[in-house]
Design a binder for this molecule. Sequence first.
Ligand SMILES: Cc1ncc(COP(=O)(O)O)c(C=O)c1O
Length: 354
Amino acid sequence: MNFDLSKGGISKFEEALSEYFDRKALLTPSGRVGLKLILKAYGIRKRDKVLLSSFNASSVVKVVEEVATPVFIEVDERTMNVVPKDIEREEGKALIVLHTEGNPCYMKKIKKIAEEKGFLLVEDCAHALGSSIHGKKTGTFGDAAILSFGMGKMINTAGGGAVLVEDESVGKKIRKELRRYPKPSLFNTFFKYLKNNAFHVMSKRTVFSTFVGPFLRFGDILSLLFEDRGIKPMLMHDLQGNAGVLQLERLEGKIEARRRKARKIMKGLEEFFPKYIGKPNFHNLCFFSGDKEPFRKHMLSYGIDVQKTWLKGYSDTARKLSESVCYLPIHEGVNEEDVKKMKEAIQDYTGNLG
Ligand SMILES: Cc1ncc(COP(=O)(O)O)c(C=O)c1O
């Protein structure tokens, strides 16, 4: 995130997103708030059934529980995404599809089912900014979509999100609702920004190997430190909007670099990785470890910080995924040598598994 306080950051970022997706984009305090606003704008009420992926973020499930009645759809163990056939069997008002960790869902099939069943189709693109399938960007298939700009997302503006809407009148309704949210002070935004940058400093090679990595053996202190607990949702600040514009300009290059690293790591080890379809952004490169903790310890012994998935399982297959999926680091701070070392460490681990 660069530090650019010039005015108009919010509208510039909204315009840039609208152009990128060719859809109306509105910035929201977070992805969660965006989802709530979409469901409300479409008149979804508590007794309405809303279908969603059973391998999901607990924060999303919480929103759906608050607004409607969730119905969990089984996921495929290889793509981690909802199984279209299982959607066909259900009734409900809306369907929220998650492009899990940036891996696109089969949207042609899903859109057809949604149309036949009369579901409102919402795409959860919190992970999938920059992914595409059938030559079209994820986020542009449904009636609406959400994006998230929190820590660890493809665009990180230290919090915030966006909704993409096809119907401009829905956009107007959401815009009106957004006026109820407070504007953040510069101090408040600056604090978020500091926290965000502290995380980046901690992930620098020397800082991580000396001060952070050794302590991670005792527990996941980072997620304890950086989880946003009970923070009141506020609109985004121009500072965040300006940062978003810059990051959107660099998005394609960032994704290409991730794709190259992911391909190298996965080569010859495909059975331990998801079946990636379309053009995923590799928001996280997922690894099926079988059991997260021993794999994480093994990788730490090579100096590699592997994150355990924080997605939760709400079905049998999803619970298994939740126990197994780990995220391999392929961000900008990871160089060719790290990729080689990571591959060796995985080969060593999977060899022992075999
Ligand atoms: C799949 C998914 N959807 C939605 C969200 C919510 O995004 P936000 O944190 O911006 O509310 C998250 C958060 O990480 C997520 O993982």
